[in-house]
Design a protein around this ligand. Structure first.
Ligand SMILES: [Zn+2]
Length: 395
């Protein structure tokens, strides 16, 4: 059904473009040569197939028409675009290569054909070829922004963060808006990779660049605290983690395991518990991200963390009658069983949600695997099961 509608949409485009082009050619020839001319018979045949909804026949007729009428450049472009949208990248690329090979093509048409061919290669996953084409197009003024955007996509795909950053800077100069936050994300990627390799110097260099671009970015602040921790500078690390939590509680599940490792007795340390308690007392909305952290990382269950979990339990049984709630919450066994159930729930539940594409995941990604946008993941509002309202009536 989807392919059908794409074929139909492009076919309508073909009628408009092909028809307009042909009519224009007809008008021009009539004017110049002062003799009658008419649209090719095959053109009307193809259109009648379309009206009969015989889209495959119509498409075949348009292809034949394009083969016989090489001067209908727009028709070739439209067909190339159609094939690419149908996933027939090789066929699309062949059309665009043939167009480029024509010596009669104007500079503008040639650039358009290159732009299309670059997209064919990109969609086919032929990144080297796509990169060459977009790098060439970067030199011409008309296609510069388009080429730079596509090169960004290629470099991100190949995780070539340094080149991607350079291209974003170029886009910024071309008036494309502030790219600093995303450039900082690239350097965070480099810093994280260096941290995994145990290359502290490389990590610091990447982090300095990230900070230079966007010092307030939560990910930059997280990495700065981690870097301080790695260097054994626990005071700086503690300050960094605490500031981060105060402003970005949605990151509790990511930050608290690191924070706990600063304290001599980990989460059993009263000072760690004090940090959690202050967060819990700051806002009622703090209990959800804290409870998630405590349920996901069982070693973090300090007294304050258990209180955050209990608060979520109360919210869960709230719609029940007082008598039922009392029988639930007064029993240590019932509470333990409920916490165990919630622990299993959180272990399987996608905790994060991309606000752009709706991608759901257990792990926080800074680069959404669904839509390839940066820093779009948020902790779900509905992490915990919704209370059953009917229970109150049955009780
Ligand atoms: Zn997304």
């Amino acid at each position: 059904m989807r392919t059908e509608s794409i074929v139909l949409a492009v076919a309508i485009f073909l009628i408009v473009v092909g028809g307009a082009g042909t009519i224009w050619g007809w008008v021009r020839r009539r004017r110049d040569q002062r003799r009658a001319s008419r649209l090719p018979h095959e053109y009307f045949q193809a259109v009648s197939y379309l009206l009969e909804e015989r889209t495959d026949r119509a498409l075949a007729a348009f292809i034949e028409l394009a083969d016989r009428n090489s001067d209908m450049i727009e028709l070739h472009f439209a067909l190339g675009s159609l094939f690419r949208r149908k996933g027939e990248f090789e066929r699309a690329a062949r059309i665009h290569q043939n167009l480029i090979a024509r010596p009669s093509l104007s500079r503008m048409q040639r650039e358009t054909a290159l732009r299309e061919l670059g997209q064919d290669y990109l969609r086919a996953g032929l990144y080297d070829r796509a990169e060459r084409i977009f790098s060439d197009l970067l030199e011409g003024k008309e296609q510069e922004v388009f080429a730079a955007r596509n090169l960004v996509a290629i470099y991100e795909q190949q995780q070539d963060w340094a080149q991607a950053a350079e291209m974003r800077r170029r886009l910024e100069k071309l008036g494309g808006g502030n790219e600093r936050d995303i450039i900082a994300q690239y350097y965070c990627e480099l810093a994280e990779a260096a941290r995994l390799q145990g290359d502290a110097a490389k990590m610091r260099r990447a982090l300095a660049e990230a900070k230079h671009n966007a010092s307030d970015l939560p990910r930059v602040r997280l990495l700065l605290a981690q870097s301080a921790f790695d260097r054994g500078n626990f005071r700086e690390a503690l300050r960094g983690y605490r500031e981060l939590l105060e402003n970005e509680l949605r990151l509790a599940e990511v930050v608290l395991p690191d924070l706990a490792s600063i304290f001599p007795r980990g989460a059993r340390d009263p000072d760690f518990d004090g940090v959690v308690r202050r967060l819990l007392d700051t806002a009622s909305s703090a209990s959800t991200p804290l409870a998630v952290a405590g349920l996901k990382h069982t070693r973090l269950r300090s007294p304050a963390m258990l209180e955050a979990i209990e608060r979520e339990l109360v919210l869960l049984v709230e719609p029940m009658s007082e008598r039922t709630v009392a029988s639930f919450m007064d029993s240590q066994e019932v509470r333990t069983a409920l916490i165990r159930l919630l622990t299993e729930w959180v272990a399987q539940r996608p905790l994060y949600l991309c606000r752009i594409c709706g991608f759901r995941t257990q792990t926080l990604y800074w680069h959404c695997p669904g839509c390839r946008n940066w820093a779009t993941m948020q902790m779900r509002q509905d992490v915990f099961p919704e209370p059953e309202k009917e229970t109150a009536e049955h009780a």
